[in-house]
Design a protein around this ligand. Structure first.
Ligand SMILES: O=P(O)(O)OC[C@H]1O[C@](O)(COP(=O)(O)O)[C@@H](O)[C@@H]1O
Ligand SMILES: [Mn+2]
Length: 642
């Protein structure tokens, strides 16, 4: 921008400010207001990751603020309530409607009146406590509009002042007489939930494995403040909706594998009939492709297990065939080692990989021509074409992905921390690995920036063939920041018994991230202060007996472990993280059982909390990114005054 344009813009900005604050008093009031906000304690951030379609567990964590609601209850009522009453009160705040139904059924009218009075008083006390961190105007925005006036009156009226006592009592009485108590309690519980966490970070992998990613996204779309760091599974869906056939086949294959095709059919209205009839004609039952069923899982796809097994095979074979085209046209990807259909001896039913010959298991190569193994049948091509069309034209999917793309990024710098789903590719010496593409080199932050713009451009505008190939590369390419492994051994997992071939070797980042100096250098390379910053990762489940706190607390891994299929390895529900004005707290969770159990048996799922770092002086809004923006406004207003 040249000097004259810049000056013009500054003058215009000043004019706008003058319109908003027409006189000296207005400017002074605003400065005082902003400076007061800067001195409030920093609001709480909540970090979650790897939700994998597990809506009820995720919903529970939002309701209890990863245990933060309980912490506040304990701070206010500890010593005044028994642990059982405390938990009962907590469950009411998490699930007010269900809990109210339960309670109102079991109490006599007299008991109920007393219960209402006690509960409303307790809720107001807790609300007052949670609201102290915020300005009145922010609290007002968090209130249900139908109860904003009365709540403010109750909240800011000192009932202990003699003159005000009867006013306060009258307000309460009216709530009861007008049969508004239930609605008021419900609204107040939701306000408390909202105030307990100010901002939510979702570190990726909303989709796949669990069956309600759509409900998670609906919930996020209505959440008051959220950002997303894209995960490799999210890229499959963004890629599919951008026209990538391979992303599409992968995601459908995973849906078939986890008995989740209902998400595609019912939630997103995509018709799979053609795929199903084709699969029925060409594939039989095959133990290697039966859906992974969790205990108590009922079939949600309008077919049976056999049909799902057939679809699963059809998708896998189409995927392996199609990979050839991308790998051939993209030598930069260096993924030739993933081409395995031509390493098969179809007569002997063996495969030879790097000099080793293995017998094939779960063989299902009926649609593969041994002479031209990568050639897709005309019908396969047609099915893929139809499916891509449907994915691009599903209205609800588009709405959901619009939200994810617009509110997401490859990485985020937020309040001094670096948030990224997978990794930043490095070699074993910690040097950034370079990704070469079309004559350009990308590494470290520039690699992440490159993929960030690619995703936006490909999804929001028209994706070229090259863009689509790159989106698939993000899913399983060796230098993909979202994958972080040398190769994805999907083929070997299906068709070779020898488990040594199944191994997916993680890139050196995952060992190096345990090292304090490495993490500090990484933060620095992203322009962050290594003394105060942290790196926060999702993606890799933290196994039983391991810790998600690494590099002396500089590196925090918070795979939520929501995915039920993975809980055998992790032995817990997973981790979340809270960042409040006192520091960082890592929360570990038991697996979530069910919403019913949570409500009826007051079954909460927190197991332990561990303080990662404790601030010696309480952090204020002034110490945050938003604080800096507010400070800039104050400076500008001051210059206006002068
Ligand atoms: O557990 P499954 O269904 O076999 O999936 C395994 C595949 O998922 C991946 O782990 C990727 O998913 P994550 O991002 O959840 O780790 C691949 O590396 C691996 O091949
Ligand atoms: Mn992942």
């Amino acid at each position: 921008m040249d000097e004259i344009t810049k000056l013009k813009q500054e003058a215009y900005a000043l004019e706008l400010i003058q319109q908003k604050f027409p006189n000296k008093e207005a400017v002074i009031t605003e400065i005082m207001n902003l400076e007061a906000i800067l001195h409030l304690p920093k609001a709480t951030e909540h970090f979650v990751s790897d939700l994998h379609g597990e809506y009820p567990a995720f919903d529970h964590l939002l309701r209890n603020g990863s245990g933060n609601v309980k912490t506040k209850i304990q701070a206010v009522f500890g010593g005044r309530m028994t642990p059982a009453s405390l938990q009962d009160f907590a469950t009411l705040i998490y699930y007010p409607q269900d809990k109210l139904k339960d309670i109102t059924l079991h109490l006599s009218p007299n008991q109920l009146e007393q219960w209402y009075l006690d509960t409303i008083n307790h809720l107001l006390e807790l609300l007052r406590f949670t609201a102290t961190k915020y300005t009145r105007s922010k609290v007002r925005k968090a209130l249900d509009p139908s109860f904003a006036y009365i709540t403010e009156e109750l909240l800011y009226t000192n009932a202990h002042e003699f003159d005000k006592r009867s006013y306060f009592d009258q307000l309460l009485k009216n709530l009861l007489n007008l049969k508004m108590a239930d609605a008021f309690i419900t609204a107040t519980c939701y306000t408390i939930q909202r105030l307990v966490v100010d901002h939510l970070h979702v570190l990726g992998d909303i989709f796949d494995r669990g069956n309600q990613p759509d409900k998670i996204i609906d919930r996020l779309m209505h959440y008051h403040s959220v950002d997303i760091q894209w995960g490799n599974h999210d890229i499959l869906w963004i890629g599919a909706a951008s026209g990538s056939e391979l992303c599409l086949l992968n995601l459908l294959r995973i849906c078939a594998r986890y008995n989740n095709l209902a998400v595609v059919e019912d939630a997103y209205g995509i018709n799979l009939r053609h795929l199903a009839t084709f699969a029925q004609e060409h594939y039989d039952d095959n133990p290697g492709f039966r859906p992974k069923l969790l205990e108590g899982d009922a079939f949600k796809f309008q077919g049976d297990q056999l049909q799902l097994t057939q679809i699963h095979q059809a998708l896998a074979i189409m995927q392996f065939k199609l990979e050839k085209q991308v790998i051939d046209r993209q030598p930069d990807f260096a993924m030739e080692n993933r081409l395995l259909l031509d390493k098969i001896d179809y007569q002997k039913q063996t495969i030879t990989i790097e000099g080793h010959t293995y017998p094939l298991i779960n063989s299902c190569f009926g649609t593969v021509d041994a002479q031209k193994p990568y050639e897709l049948l005309a019908e396969e091509k047609e099915i893929i074409r139809e499916l891509v069309y449907s994915f691009r034209h599903s209205y609800r999917l588009r709405q959901h992905l619009d939200f994810i793309v617009r509110n997401g990024s490859m990485y985020l710098r937020y309040n001094g921390n670096l948030l990224v789903h997978g990794c930043v590719p490095v070699d074993k010496n910690g040097k950034f690995v370079t990704f070469h593409h079309k004559g350009h080199n990308y590494q470290g932050i520039s690699l992440l920036n490159f993929f960030d713009s690619l995703i936006r451009q490909a999804y929001l505008n028209e994706a070229s063939q090259d863009d689509q190939d790159l989106l698939w590369y993000l899913w399983q390419g060796p230098i993909s920041p979202l994958f972080g492994k040398q190769a994805m051994t999907t083929f070997e997992r299906y068709f070779i018994a020898d488990k040594t071939t199944h191994q997916e070797i993680r890139t050196p980042y995952f060992e190096l991230r345990k090292d304090y100096d490495f993490v500090c250098r990484l933060l620095q390379s992203f322009g962050l202060n290594p003394e105060t910053g942290h790196v926060i990762n999702g993606h890799t489940p933290v196994k039983r007996g391991h810790s998600g706190i690494m590099a002396q607390g500089k590196m925090l891994v918070i795979d939520g472990g929501y995915s039920k299929a993975y809980q055998k390895t992790t032995g817990r529900g997973g981790y979340t993280l809270l960042s409040n004005s006192y520091g960082l707290v890592l929360v570990s969770h038991h697996p979530f059982t069910s919403r019913k159990d949570a409500i009826q048996n007051d079954h909460d799922i927190i197991s332990t909390t561990r303080v990662v770092n404790h601030e010696t002086t309480r952090k204020l809004v002034a110490d945050t990114d938003i604080g800096q923006q507010l400070q800039q406004k104050v400076d500008l207003l001051r210059s206006l005054l002068n």
